[in-house]
Design a protein around this ligand. Structure first.
Ligand code: AHG
Length: 343
């Protein structure tokens, strides 16, 4: 089979009218930056990249109040630096930065906004389990020269592109421009991403679910009921057995779903209710929802479609239910019905 590099694929997408030159360059730059993050991640202890950022006395914290790992900081810097000078961006925003980062004055500015979680699943770095990068691309609103946080607050339906890269046994990029979801695998010897699956389709039915079961006692009643029924297996009301997986790196859990189906849930629970959920809408939930929907799956908050939400803050959190369409619909139906019964 003739292999198709990411660059060739982007040229095809330009010819098909799915992307313009600026967006194509943006994706090339992000992919190149992710190759550098893959190299840094793969060096492990030999690269001095494991452990926490800052010092033992003064850990480096991000805006979410989470202690940063060295690789969170390194991957953030790699993405910022790579994207500063190409003229394809108006600004970047990241999980690791409170406010958007403008493009330095000495460089030309473009018409796109880039959001990213530079290193998703960072609790897994030190134990050599897959981590990754998630990104989302929006159009900069017309007439905005210096984008502020408010300019990023666009519903997921307006995303021009979304993707993630998994730094696992293989480095894999999954990408959508709203015309299907496609997978590229990094050929480490050649140094280029090669198309490995075009137009991925997630099975509609699921037999695997991913959830952090240690939060079970804090979940809302419809989630307790729903997962209880999955756990009851063949003997329960669902009449079939479900298997469970939880990597605690969303990129890895989502990649499993993109590969063989299943569902991923990070529902609301009593511990995180005040903050609205665990995962961030702008650079985790929305890009993953776009990728999953383009592969025929569904993505909701348990009540509404994620991509239809109007975000109200750059680091806003939401509950996330995504994956095989029919299964996400069952979980969502239980929540909507419970809300209806409460009046
Ligand atoms: P982060 O970007 O801070 O590494 O967040 C990780 C996320 C997501 O990747 C994963 O699914 C979830 O948090 C793990 O949550 P638990 O700690 O509850 O397992």
């Amino acid at each position: 089979m003739k292999s198709i590099s990411l660059i060739q694929f982007l040229i095809e997408e330009r010819r098909a009218g799915h992307v313009n030159a600026e967006l194509s360059l943006l994706i090339e730059v992000v992919a190149r930056a992710c190759k550098r993050s893959a190299v840094a991640t793969n060096k492990g202890a030999l690269g001095g990249v494991l452990g926490m950022a800052g010092s033992a006395d003064a850990l480096s914290m991000n805006i979410q109040g989470e202690a940063q790992k060295k690789l969170d900081v390194i991957s953030n810097e790699i993405l910022l630096e790579a994207n500063a000078w190409g003229g394809h961006l108006a600004a970047c925003a990241s999980e690791e930065m409170e406010d958007p980062q403008p493009i330095p004055d000495m460089y030309p500015k473009g018409n796109h906004l880039l959001l990213f979680d530079p290193l998703d699943g960072s609790s897994n770095i030190d134990v050599n389990i897959s981590v990754g990068t998630i990104f989302s691309v929006l159009r900069c609103p017309d007439g905005v020269v210096e984008p502020k946080a408010v300019d990023f607050l666009q519903p997921g339906t307006t995303q021009l592109a979304a993707g993630y890269v998994v730094y696992g046994p293989a480095t894999v990029l999954v990408l959508t421009f709203g015309h299907g979801t496609h997978e590229f695998t990094l050929d480490r010897e050649v140094g280029s991403f090669v198309l490995s699956r075009r137009d991925i389709k997630i099975p509609e039915e699921a037999t695997e679910f991913a959830i952090n079961m240690s939060n079970q006692r804090h979940w809302e009643a419809p989630m307790q009921r729903y997962i209880g029924e999955l756990l009851a297996g063949k003997e329960g009301p669902r009449g079939k057995d479900f298997n469970m997986r939880w990597v605690a790196s969303m990129v890895a859990d989502v990649h499993r779903i993109v590969t063989r189906g299943g569902v991923f849930y990070y529902p609301l629970d009593a511990k995180i209710k005040a903050q609205g959920g665990k995962l961030r809408i702008m650079y985790e939930a929305n890009p993953m929802a776009f990728i999953i929907e383009q592969a025929g799956g569904a993505a909701t908050t348990g009540r509404e479609r994620i991509m239809s939400l109007q975000p109200t803050a750059l680091h806003q959190r939401v509950p996330v239910f995504l994956g095989s369409k029919k299964e996400v619909e069952v979980a969502t139906r239980y929540h909507v019905a419970a809300d209806g019964a409460q009046g």
